[in-house]
Design a protein around this ligand. Structure first.
Ligand code: SF4
Length: 430
């Protein structure tokens, strides 16, 4: 049975010691990070992944990939102890690639090299660069080097972009490429606002087709709205595409982002300013009621966009003292972290562990926990309203005033469910 954490922290009336993260960060507590890469690559129409790993990894990763609707087979060699100890990894990889090339309608073969193949030594130079005219792209995502599944998505997208991004064609002025697995309505809303400024959205990655990968090279600028797309952004930056950091999040963030996009796309300053102010005014109109005022919310996830959600909650009036995420810190997380810490956030934990989250739950009294399944279960045992971040919040619009209003209205509804949780705990205590 799970160890119980007191509802009221010890010495709640006394001044509290600052929160200290205590868990070891050398062992990431996440599902196999390679799943992120597999998910991005399996969704590309015409991409036929060949996965080079041992049978155990293959079983687990095939299971989760199909659970998330891959709708295609993952080609893999049978690599057991005998094959590995006799140094057959290279031959096995070549055979799997040849097999993948025989599938119907294949336009690219991503070769996903995992812990075992990387440790045994897979030599890129000995792999074919194409088979029957089908490009072969090596994607190295061993868990000992890539610590979270969002970061594996970045490695995968960067690898295929390096091969496909179209450098030869001319830049289309005023166009923006968006990078991030966003709710489908978000790019449409962003495109609508960009058009009011005189620009437009060219494409959103990770895409569903190789043509979208080629198209991104024609964008005048790229905006990675999720902070872990660092290698992908670098690939485009090296090819001369302008980079906009941050995301159109909340009242402060949306206006600043629109101005930055306007500058990067060289749009009319007056028009951009008018649209940015309109957007900010409609966000502030909603925020005037401070829908989350007086609440304390805990945010913990492994998606990599937790700091963005935390900003919305804070603008909505909530106190968000603790945020944890699976990704590592970078220059793309620095601005959001500084913004949050200037507004009452005490701890931002990168490469989190469940021990950090449990310690935070003992340290503060939360009215709502938005977290992983394990954490949400612990919170529910204590009658705290709790939801699973990935399935509940990450599948809703987030950006600009419209996304903010949708997300905060939903969180306000979650907070109102406290009596239900108390009844549930009382029922099971009887
Ligand atoms: S050994 Fe590495 S690749 Fe295989 S399942 Fe574990 S973390 Fe993933």
């Amino acid at each position: 049975m799970a160890e119980l954490i007191p509802l009221t922290p010890a010495g709640a009336n006394a001044p509290q010691e600052p929160f200290k993260a205590g868990a070891c960060k050398l062992h990431p507590q996440t599902m196999c990070p390679a799943f992120g890469a597999l998910r991005v690559l399996a969704r590309i129409e015409g991409a036929q992944p060949a996965m080079i790993t041992d049978t155990g990894c293959l079983y687990g990763l095939t299971f989760v990939t199909h659970f998330y609707a891959a709708r295609k087979s993952i080609i893999a060699p049978a690599l057991g102890t005998a094959e590995l100890s006799s140094g057959k990894v290279q031959e096995a990889a070549a055979a799997a690639i040849a097999e993948a090339a025989k599938e119907q309608n294949v336009s690219v073969i991503p070769v996903i090299s995992l812990c075992v193949a990387e440790t045994a030594g897979l030599v890129e130079e000995l792999l074919p660069s194409e088979v029957d005219g089908k490009p072969v792209v090596l994607v190295r995502v061993p868990a000992y080097a890539i610590h979270s599944h969002p970061e594996a998505k970045d490695i995968a997208l960067a690898a295929v972009l390096r091969r496909f991004v179209d450098q030869a064609s001319a830049t289309e002025p005023g166009t923006l490429a968006l990078i991030g697995e966003v709710f489908p309505a978000d790019p449409l809303i962003i495109d609508g606002v960009l058009r009011k400024m005189g620009g437009r959205l060219l494409t959103t990655l990770p895409g569903r087709h190789v043509d979208e990968l080629k198209l991104v090279g024609r964008a005048a600028a790229v905006a990675a709205v999720h902070p872990f797309y660092r290698q992908t952004t670098n690939v485009l930056h090296e090819r001369g595409v302008g980079v906009v950091s941050g995301a159109p999040i909340g009242a402060d963030g949306s206006a600043a982002w629109l101005r930055a996009v306007g500058t990067a796309l060289d749009l009319d300053e007056e028009v951009v300013e008018r649209v940015a102010q309109e957007e900010e005014a409609s966000a502030r109109g909603f925020l005037a009621s401070q829908p989350l005022k007086g609440t304390t919310i805990m945010l913990s996830g492994y998606e990599g966009n937790e700091l963005l959600y935390a900003r919305l909650l804070v603008e909505g009036g909530a106190h968000v003292p603790y945020i944890s995420t699976s990704i590592g810190p970078s220059m793309f997380t620095a601005a959001d972290e500084a913004w949050l810490k200037a507004r009452g956030t005490e701890a931002v934990i990168y490469r989190k562990a469940i021990e950090d989250d449990k310690a935070a739950m003992a340290h503060w009294n939360f009215d709502l926990v938005i977290g992983t399944t394990t954490l949400a279960a612990l919170a529910k045992e204590r009658a705290i309203p709790a939801v699973y971040y990935t399935n509940i919040l990450s599948v809703r619009p987030l950006f600009l005033a419209g996304g903010m209003i949708a997300s905060l209205s939903f969180v306000r509804d979650l907070l109102s469910r406290k009596p239900l949780y108390e009844r549930m705990v009382a029922f099971f205590a009887e």
